[in-house]
Design a protein around this ligand. Sequence first.
Ligand SMILES: Nc1ncnc2c1ncn2[C@@H]1O[C@H](COP(=O)(O)OP(=O)(O)O)[C@@H](O)[C@H]1O
Ligand SMILES: [Mg+2]
Length: 605
Amino acid sequence: MFSSVVPDYDLKNAVSSNRLQGLWRMMTGFRLAYVAATACLGIAALSRTAVFMLLRYFVDHVLGQQGRQGMAAQIALAFVGLALVQGLFTFLSGTLAARTAEGVTRRLRNYLFDHIQRLSFTYHDQTATGELIERSTSDVDAVRRFLADHAIGAGRILALFVVNFVALLRLHVPLALLATIVVPVLVVLSLVFFRRVSKVYEEMQEQEAVLSTTLQENLTGMRVVRAFARQQFEREKFEQQNWEKFVRSKRFLQMHAQYWPISDLLCGAQMLACVSIGARLAINGTISVGTYVAYAVLVIWIIWPMRNLGRMIVEMSSGLVSYQRVAEVIAVKREELTEGDYLPASDVQGQFVFDHVGFQYPSGHRALDGISFRCQPGRAIALLGSTGSGKTTLVNLLPRFYDYTSGTLTLDGVELSRYPRQYLRQQIGIVEQEPFLFARSVRDNMTYGVHRPVSDDEIEAAARAAAMWDDIMEFPNGYDTVVGERGVMLSGGQKQRVAIARTLLKDPRILILDDSTSSVDVETEHSIRRALQHLIEGRTTFIIAHRIQSVMHADLILVFNEGRIVQKGTHSELMQEDGMYRRIYDMQTRVEATLERELAGGGLF
Ligand SMILES: Nc1ncnc2c1ncn2[C@@H]1O[C@H](COP(=O)(O)OP(=O)(O)O)[C@@H](O)[C@H]1O
Ligand SMILES: [Mg+2]
């Protein structure tokens, strides 16, 4: 629907080590408009210079001459015509350049958004979110400014220079050379100066980023700030950072305030020299009065724009740096979603066989080692073990969030790495420890990722099965209640149950429950466990839990320690072994007994 305006082009092809070439490729589909913008720029510059040449003709051949006053009207008309041409083409050039820049960056933004959500978990583990946001917003905007303002601006300055210089040469060669003496000085001066300014500018931007990070963190963590009564501390921190921002901005403005008077002085001196030497030549008759008049204005137009050339060049180079930062992200390989040489026509059965499976994070940490067990379709496997023992890492292998690095792992007899990721993810439902909800309605969150139309009856059934229906009925707008950012309007248990309802609607063959009951109170735990019973029925389930009650009914219990399985079996088997499982069991029952005693005796509160 939207794509008709933005030509299709795979931006992957725009990645190049030559940044200018890369940018040029990025403009595929918009180049003609951009070239036209440049041509319009040239025409506008030409017509401006033509005005001055016409002025010369007017002074020399019309003004002082008898019997030619009749031409005055024609010349006036020509002036108006030239002004119109100049205005029209300046406008056209600006519009075309802006349209190009907006089109290119709009396509770039869309591409980056889609690209980033297709990058691997490993990439996201290693890259800060803020960094990606920065590249998809500020850097893209810098590319836009490069195309719309800086490249066009520099082109305009150069076009004015060339056209006016040629015109000056035609007037009088020595005078033309005289007019450009200061130009190299100005260019070098502005280059050196704006390079320094851009450093100061970057420092200012950095501080701005610090400020906005602080602001954002404080807004998100407002509850914590208030709970710990840290307002005063946070205020002082912010004020100090804001002061630094003020200092840096002042430095930036002061540098600007230095440059313009200096360059004004230079240009002024140059013009004074040109105008007075030109005047002497006119007085002693070497050049005509018309030539002198044209010369005086052309000098202005050849010198003044030069003051900005350095700025344009420096800003262009920061645009090129931004291009590179964007291109780096584009160059990252995407996670293959649909690739895989084995695609079953129907749903999986859900039989997993682990044979000496090992996994090492790219950081080098060996999180799993020698994992071997088998799991029959429809059975429940429980994973128990201290934090950091590798339970989450193991279940992350199943949807191929990460690929195991050694051993073999088969699903229904076929190596897992042969399945397309997208297929696996459709077959697997995950209820995370802290489910993420979008700031949308309860209904939208429940049907998220369900690739089929869902009726209201189905939604209600899922809500009931997840023990969430009563809660939803108490919400002000029922299913249409918006749950707030990350679902802050819901309690931990409610979020869990919405996630369970969402998974029920997805109806996957394989289920992963990562610590689904660990962060909720006893009563909620009870209703969640009931909701989970509905969910588990008939599905191959992996349950990660801390409490023995949550795992004791599983068909197979795996006890993890430091990435290895140290015990496996059913509850009754493991109770007979003298190992970690029984120690955890004893400890938990002892804690609970104490708790009960103290509650009964009123000792705890
Ligand atoms: N994305 C990651 N990159 C590198 N190491 C990780 C990553 N995620 C987890 N780990 C490490 O792997 C080990 C197992 O972690 P995890 O599977 O989350 O444990 P559990 O779920 O049992 O608490 C830990 O030592 C953890 O620090
Ligand atoms: Mg975990």
